[in-house]
Every structure is written in C-alpha cells, then in structure tokens.
Design a binder for this molecule. Structure first.
Ligand code: 5AD
Ligand code: SF4
Length: 447
C-alpha cells in the first residue's frame, strides 16, 4: 500500500486494563463505520492502532519496538501500514512519538479517539496529527452506536482519577474523575443487551465513585445504576471494577445483598498491608479500615469472592513492612489477585523518592507474595467443589470440544460438553485446579 492510500483493513492491539479493551472495541466500531474492516487473522492490516498502557515498566520503549516490528512485517509483505498510537502512552508522550517515529501517522489520547476517523483521512493525505485533548465526556456522544458484542461486555461508566496515589500515572494520563450520565449508560446497556450481552461489567478507574442523576432526577451512586441495569430482563449478570476503598458507600455494599444479578465478586485493591507504606502511597486508608470494609461485604454476601492488587518494593519498603502485606493477604484469603513489582513512573512523586528497592529484593518479595496468593486461590477453588451454580459460556477451551465459562465468583470453569458461546448452564463444580475448575452440566439454566 502506498502511504497516501485510504486503509481498507485495520487491527487494534489493546494493552493493559479493561478500559483499554473497551476503548479498543469502540475505536474498532468507529473505523468500521468508515467502511474499514478488521484484518483477517495472520494478515497485515493497512491500519494498525496500538492502544497502549503506561502503568508499569518500560511502556514507552515497548511501543517503539512494536512500531518497528509492524513496519518490518509491513515491508516484508510489500506494504507501508498506517500506524496510530492511542492510549496512555500516547497521552503521556504526545508529539514526541511523531518526532521519534517517522512511520507513525497519528497519536491520539484516551479522551480524543472519537476524532480518529478524521485523523485517518488526514493521514491518507500524508498529514500526520496528534490529539491529546481531554474534553469531558465528548467522545462518548461522538462515537457510533455499539455493535460488536459477546455474551460478556464492558461498559465504561467512569473515567479518570483524582486520588493521586504517589506511584501512579493514571491521574496524569486519564485526567480528572468524571462520571458518564445515567441515561446514556442505561441506553448503552440496553443496546448491548439487545445485541446479545448477558453480562455487563461496569468499568472505571474508580468505578465506585460513579455518581449521577437517575431518570427521576434523584442523585444516585453506582448502586442506582446497578438497580437500573438489573431491571433489564435479558441481562443476567452485573459486575463492576475497579473500586477504591475510600469511595465505598453503604448503598453499594447493601446492593450486594439486594440485587441477585450483581455477582458475588469484589475487586478492591489494597496495594500494601503496611500503614506506613500506605501513607507514603497516599492511599488514605489503613490495613485495618480496609479489613473492616471487607467484613461489611461479607455480612451482606457471605460467599463473596475477594480480589485485590498489590505492589511490592514501593520506595523504602522494609522487610518487616513487606511481612505486613503477607499478613493482610493471609487475613483476607483472596480468591484471586494481581501483584506487581513497583515500577517508577516518570513524573510521579514516588519516582523521585529515596530508598528505591533493589530489583532482586523486589523479585524475592513478589515470589513470596505470589506463593501466598496462589495458595489462597487454589484453596478458594477447592472449597467450591461440590457447589452448584450458573456458568455463562464465553469461549472455546484449548482442547477440542472443550468450552469455557465463568462462575458467579469469576472462576474459569471448563466443560467437555457440547455447548454454545452465550449459553447459561446450571452446573456442578466437580474438580478444582490452581486457577480453574472442571464443571458438569446439570441443565441449561433458565432465566
Ligand atoms: N508500579 C507497580 N504497580 C503499579 N500499579 C499502578 N501503578 C504502579 C506502579 N507504578 C498497579 C496497582 C494498581 C494496578 C492497576 O496497577 O496495583 O491497582
Ligand atoms: Fe492510580 Fe491510585 Fe487512581 Fe488507582 S486510585 S488509578 S492506583 S492514582
């Protein structure tokens, strides 16, 4: 393809969080509305969108090496693909990417990608552009209606973050906290359900900070939105992620006891078990206040599966402070968790703190932490054996004839039965592995 041809096919590669997955899908829909179709598997696309993540490790370098790889693969196929860099690295680096990479035609931030279509048209004329504006909510109104949907769908309800944890780049790349309007969200949820979604996960960097006015003009929090979505008959399951301990409300906790469709699962990052470290992270909660909060969820929903995020090796973290993280892990008994080595992010306060922890110390701590977390995940799975529950089938498994779905507690459940993607089955959990379960179909579940 010559550089000034309009692209016919595209591929979006999304990295990082689920909000990027959502943004990636919406960029795809936008390109399809322009008549650009998804490239077939294994085929070089005319337009590649790198939807990047900046949260940890050498994000920027990774993007430049990805660009190099796309260009090389294009050259070998006799093409010069159009390349767009989107997501949080685009927001952080902006114009710099255009300067450093002559092959990149577009740099577009997470709040500006509704203008990607125009940027593609300009790139086809050889004009390179950068758009890292942060207009509140503007993109949602400008995007085409939802189209591509699987049985499980993401719905971004809240974006940005005002918390400024000292290690985190999100407040700089995603901007201030904003909530999308209630009516727009109920409308988008209806469209997703009409298109076949049976489970919706409400997304936000601080999703439990979502607030708005319901159809009757009353101020509501996330629980209000959950109640509204629960009233959609064909929607069977609702989840939300990620929450911040400080934004948790009585009403949202209560919803876990009131709304059957709200799944018994909570992702509530704690990051560290040491109050000194939590303070240095600017988390404004303590280990104890976090544990008390979890108790309140367990009161209304005793079977709730708990999940969290952890950072080891925050600057100045001592061995004793790391032990406190192991203690909180042992006290909670997580069903699943995500754990990371601290990674200094340019421009964040923690990056210039003294006492950065050596890599080999972080490696050792991460290994020990993950041993505790894997042990607890396995124990949670083993305790599920013998339970009967609904499983929503999401995709094929790796083995021929195998199908994979999710339990209410977000565990992966495998079946060796003839099932379709989108089926909701009543199943017995018969065998536990470290990170999944084997299920036996009892019957097709009814609504
Ligand atoms: N280094 C390591 N982990 C980080 N996270 C966020 N910023 C950093 C960083 N600089 C982790 C946190 C957060 C998750 C999404 O990523 O645990 O909850
Ligand atoms: Fe980052 Fe903290 Fe905001 Fe989460 S709450 S996005 S960790 S600043």
């Amino acid at each position: 393809m010559k550089s000034n041809d309009s692209p016919k096919t595209y591929r979006v590669k999304s990295f990082g969080c689920q909000m990027n997955v959502y943004d990636g899908e919406r960029m795809g829909e936008l390109l399809e509305a322009k008549g650009i179709t998804p490239a077939a598997e294994g085929e070089d696309a005319d337009l590649v969108v790198l939807n990047t993540c900046h949260i940890r490790e050498k994000a920027t370098e990774k993007v430049y090496s990805d660009i190099g790889r796309i260009e090389k693969s294009g050259r070998e196929a006799g093409k010069k693909p159009m390349i767009a860099v989107a997501g949080c690295v685009a927001q952080a680096e902006g114009e710099e990417i255009i300067k450093r990479s002559p092959g990149v035609g577009m740099v577009v931030g997470p709040q500006a990608y509704h203008r990607l279509g125009d940027m593609v048209d300009r790139a086809a004329k050889g004009e390179r552009s950068t758009d890292t504006d942060m207009p509140e909510n503007a993109k949602f109104g400008a995007l085409p209606a939802r189209r591509r949907v699987s049985p499980t769908a993401f719905l971004t309800v809240q974006e940005g973050c005002d918390k400024f944890c000292t290690y985190c780049v999100v407040p700089y790349t995603r901007g201030a906290e904003i909530s999308r309007p209630y009516n727009d969200l109920v409308e988008e949820a209806k469209r997703l359900v009409d298109a076949g979604a049976r489970e919706i996960t409400l997304l936000g960097q601080n999703v439990n900070a979502w607030n708005g006015e319901d159809g009757k003009g009353r101020s509501v929090g996330l629980e209000g939105l959950i109640h509204a979505l629960a009233a959609l008959p064909d929607l069977k399951r609702i989840r939300y992620t990620t929450s911040h301990p400080n934004d948790m409300t009585d009403a949202l906790i209560a919803a876990h006891g009131e709304v059957d469709k709200l799944m018994p699962y909570l992702h509530l990052p704690v990051q560290s078990g040491s109050d000194r470290v939590l303070k240095a992270m600017n988390r404004s909660h303590t280990a104890e206040s976090y544990l008390k909060l979890l108790d309140r969820f367990r009161e209304v929903r005793p079977d709730i599966a708990l999940s969290g995020d952890f950072i080891v090796g925050f600057p100045g973290e001592t061995d004793a402070e790391f032990e406190e993280t192991l203690q909180i892990v042992d006290a909670v008994g997580y069903a699943s968790a995500f754990s990371f080595k601290y990674s200094p992010r340019p421009g964040t306060p923690a990056a210039s703190m003294e006492n950065q922890v050596p890599m080999e110390v972080m490696d050792g701590r991460l290994q020990r932490l993950q041993a505790h977390l894997s042990r607890d995940q396995y124990a949670f799975n083993q305790a599920s054996v013998g339970k009967t529950c609904d499983v929503l089938i999401e995709r094929k498994g790796r083995r021929p004839g195998q199908m994979l779905g999710k339990s209410p507690w977000l565990q992966s459940v495998f079946f060796d039965s003839k099932l379709q993607i989108g089926d909701m089955v009543r199943a017995e959990l018969v065998q536990a592995g470290p990170s999944s379960l084997q299920g036996r179909v009892l019957e097709m579940a009814t609504a």
